[in-house]
Design a protein around this ligand. Structure first.
Ligand code: PLP
Length: 413
């Protein structure tokens, strides 16, 4: 995406997240077209929970998948009907369950026996049957993805091997209305065959259950190419493979996060200093891992590889390698290790590309008490502040207008 970064930085200051709504729309519609007749595309809000980002997808008809009471509130703030919100996550609090069930969440995805009891109790007290799905940790047959969340011991969902026991537990409660199943085996998958294999496995489980299901949620995990040598997910190959999967008469859902937002976001930083240390060029910026942990390689990456970082100068000369370091007093705060950049000086802008997913939301904003960055959404050529710069992370719980202190016992302040 090409946006007027200089103007935006001048208007809103740096560091700054900039998201391109038009690019998100195009990506969503392309994916929705590829899935047409097979699955509905929800948006997993954890990738970027800014309500104005989520609103882009809600306005195109997407439902949302959330992983906390706070994300549920962000989804509501984005204009999503409660019935279009799925709530999954391995350790849902009783208060979060109460909050989301009473608000009419579309489905609660059960991930422990404790949750089964809590949801049933809340449903009984509210005098209604709660639509639920069983989240299944698939067997090794469904492996794949950079960060695997299935096929091995995991806190997510119930092991496929104990499904019968889980079904009996769910069936023992009249207040639980079993709508479906949910599988999610890994994130950042670039190989269509791996995704199809996982989805096929989910369909086989659905078939084995021997009862009608209303929904089959295949999770997210669709990857984007970040690094040299990676190729984009082949949507056409994915689409070609769908016809052989079947749907067991259910509504099939996929809930990608990264795929829908990553490439539509940029993290803009200003250069604060350029120095040489023992022959290495260091470019020190005002942005760093406190706002963008993933770009520093510290968000679960096994091998640290550099996100694409570019200079926004149009008149930039030849490039040479540089280390791009943030302002924190730790060597972990390195965003580029071998980044090819032109000569830059104090005040120049650098843009970390592919930063629309797992950026601010997945970063330790409290570390070293720098202000949280502003977020701007550009749509149809117009830019709009969608989150103001914060004083420190202490203001974090005001971000979505969530008043957690009104929910007793959450332990969240
Ligand atoms: C249940 C669930 N759904 C969807 C997602 C989104 O994954 P991705 O961003 O890889 O599409 C995640 C990510 O952790 C998840 O846990």
């Amino acid at each position: 995406m090409t946006l007027p970064y200089g103007e935006l930085a001048a208007r809103y200051g740096t560091p700054l997240y900039v998201y391109d709504a038009d690019s998100m729309r195009q990506t969503y519609l392309r994916l929705a077209r590829a899935m047409a007749g097979f699955a509905e595309v929800y948006y997993s809000i954890k990738a970027n929970p800014n309500p104005e980002v989520a609103r882009v997808f809600v306005e195109l008809g997407a439902g949302l998948e959330v992983a906390s009471g706070g994300e549920f509130d962000a989804a509501r703030a984005a204009g999503c009907a409660p019935s279009r919100i799925l709530f999954a996550g391995p350790g849902k609090g009783a208060d979060e369950l109460e909050h989301t069930i009473r608000a009419g969440a579309g489905e609660i995805h059960l991930e422990s026996f404790e949750e089964i009891e809590h949801v049933a109790r809340i449903g009984r007290a509210a005098g209604r049957r709660v639509p639920v799905a069983i989240r299944i940790n698939p067997s090794a047959a469904a492996l794949g993805g950079a960060m695997r969340m299935g096929g091995k011991p995991a806190p997510f969902g119930f092991d496929e091997e104990i499904l019968e026991t889980v079904l009996s537990a769910v069936d023992s409660h009249d207040a639980l209305d079993l709508a479906g199943i949910h599988l999610f085996a890994g994130t950042q998958i670039l190989d269509a065959a791996v995704l199809l294999n996982q989805w096929r496995h989910a369909m086989e489980i659905a078939g084995r259950l021997g009862r009608p299901l209303r929904t089959i949620d295949l999770g997210g995990g669709l990857g984007i190419p970040y690094f040299a040598g990676e190729a984009a997910l082949d949507l056409e190959a994915l689409q070609r493979g769908l016809s052989s999967l079947g749907r067991h008469g259910a509504r099939v859902i996929i809930e990608p996060g990264r795929y829908l937002t990553a490439e539509a976001g940029v993290y803009l930083m200003a250069v604060r200093a350029v120095k040489r240390s023992r022959g290495t060029r260091f470019i020190v910026t005002d942005g760093g891992m406190h706002h963008h942990l993933a770009a520093s390689g510290n968000l679960g990456q096994v091998i640290k590889r550099d996100y694409p970082i570019v200079s926004t100068r149009l008149d930039a000369g030849p490039c040479s390698p540089a280390v791009v370091a943030g302002p924190l007093c730790t060597p972990l705060d390195t965003l580029g290790r071998q980044t090819m950049l032109p000569e830059v000086r104090e005040g120049d802008l650098l843009a970390v590309l592919k930063s629309g997913a797992y950026g601010l939301t997945a970063s330790p904003t409290g570390f070293l008490s720098h202000p949280t960055p502003a977020e701007v959404l550009v749509s149809g050529g117009r830019d709009r502040l969608i989150r103001a710069r914060g004083a420190t992370s202490a203001g974090a719980d005001e971000r979505y207008g969530t008043r957690w202190d009104s929910l007793s016992g959450t332990g969240i302040r």
